[in-house]
Design a protein around this ligand. Structure first.
Ligand SMILES: NC(=O)c1ccc[n+]([C@@H]2O[C@H](COP(=O)([O-])OP(=O)(O)OC[C@H]3O[C@@H](n4cnc5c(N)ncnc54)[C@H](O)[C@@H]3O)[C@@H](O)[C@H]2O)c1
Length: 389
């Protein structure tokens, strides 16, 4: 089997979530990484026997690297993706693709000019229950999608953060970081272009002055509409509605209520708290193997003749005459869908579902949410990018 040699830019939280996927998948090998944090480089060199550099430029220059996984903070995505493409390396870049649409266009152009693949992820629209729901919708058995309801209540805002993660102008807050998942999921299932956005956002904690919550109504060209609700204020946890299976498919202890908020409150130095828990830090621990599929909160897709509900163990179908679970086996490799698309694009010449134009359209919706909330009006989207295939 052809193996793709991957170099990692940024050994932080995103990398620690993808690392088990790279480690378990025979189609990829982690051969190099770059991060300014020595403790992260040291751990990477020990764990993967790969070359570890302090700069992305040096890592990208490494001959053995064929594809670069860009998992640096958002504001560096465009720079690192374009650098990689210019060196003829394929690119897998984390969500959100970038901070602005011009940066996205530059990334798409750089990949096209170099003839390399550009895949954007992980986002929760790679989750198998979402992809299976899309297939069920495409079968036509339930009629057209009419309405989607998505909600998620988490402790997002109280996880230890870099300063820019609490500043919307620099890509912080729930819209850039969490709507990037939720919008991606809803667009994939909505099945047509988003034509307008009406949103409200909430920034209720002056100590963490970015959006922690939003509510948004998306209208699709097909006439369907979707409601997206998110709160990261660490009170209600909507995993309660998902059988206490957490976002990454791991069972969760409901007794650990408020743990993120308590941990943050008891720490005097948020940067140190984060560094300690990050890859290479002294309290870092790799998540266990998930028995369930990851998810991004409760979701109901209402079609003309059924409601479909992706779950951590399958897709529940509530049709006119019956309800049944379309079961899915537990994931063998976490986030395997991301590698499927990367491998498909590089080795099998398949256009990725989550390519540059797709992800740019998701960012466009997120930016429209921020604008709609700021200007207190509905925002029409005029671009033709990212219509679902
Ligand atoms: N898909 C997901 O589930 C998911 C989860 C978390 C984060 N993310 C995304 O991943 C990206 C990184 O977020 P994170 O939470 O991992 O942040 P993080 O702060 O935990 O990690 C970022 C890492 O990049 C390193 N870094 C900073 N500047 C660098 C540079 N110039 N060159 C190389 N490395 C550099 C930092 O030292 C750090 O190790 C963000 O865009 C975020 O949205 C995605």
């Amino acid at each position: 089997m052809r193996k793709i040699n991957v170099g990692v830019a940024g050994l932080g939280r995103a990398f620690s979530l993808m690392a088990p996927s790279f480690a378990a998948d025979p189609r990829v090998a982690l051969v190099a990484a770059a991060d300014p944090r020595p403790e992260a480089r040291q751990r990477f060199a020990g764990e993967f026997r790969g070359a570890a550099f302090s700069s992305v430029e040096e890592m990208i220059a490494e001959k053995s690297v064929e594809a670069v996984y860009v998992a640096t903070p958002h504001q560096l995505h465009a720079e690192h993706a374009c650098l990689a493409a210019a060196r003829g390396k394929h690119v897998l870049v984390e969500k959100p693709m970038a901070l602005g649409l011009e940066e996205c266009r530059a990334m798409i152009a750089a990949a096209r000019a170099a003839g390399v693949a550009l895949v954007v992820g992980h986002s929760h629209s790679f989750d198998l229950p979402i992809l299976r729901t899309k297939k069920l919708l495409e079968s036509g058995a339930f009629g057209p999608v009419r309405m989607i309801t998505a909600l998620d209540y988490t402790d997002f805002l109280y996880r230890p953060r870099r300063p820019e993660e609490l500043d919307t102008a620099r890509g912080g807050g729930a819209v850039f970081n969490q709507a990037a998942h939720q919008v991606d999921v809803v667009r994939l299932l909505g099945g047509s272009r988003v034509k307008s956005v009406c949103a409200h956002t909430g920034a209720w904690d002056p100590a963490r002055p970015t959006e922690g919550a939003y509510a948004c109504l998306l209208s699709f060209e097909s006439g369907a509409f979707a409601t997206l609700v998110y709160s990261g204020y660490a009170h209600f946890d909507s995993d309660e509605f998902c059988g206490w299976v957490g976002e990454d498919g791991l069972s969760k202890d409901p007794e650990l209520y408020g743990v993120a908020r308590k941990r943050l409150a008891s720490s005097k130095n948020e940067t140190a708290l984060k560094a300690d828990r990050d890859y290479g830090g002294s309290s870092f621990s790799q998540s266990g193997k998930s028995q369930f599929h990851p998810h991004f909160g409760p979701l109901v897709v209402s079609c003309e003749r059924a409601d479909l509900r992706p779950l951590p163990n399958g897709v529940m179908i509530y049709a006119d005459g019956e309800k049944r679970l379309e079961p899915l086996p537990a994931p063998a490799v976490p986030r395997a869908g991301v590698i499927d698309e990367l491998y498909g694009a590089i080795v099998e010449g398949r256009a990725p579902l989550h390519g540059g134009e797709w992800a740019m359209a998701t960012l466009e919706v997120c930016l429209a949410m921020l604008r709609s909330a700021r200007e207190q009006k509905e925002v029409a989207l005029t671009s033709r990018t990212g219509s679902p295939t």
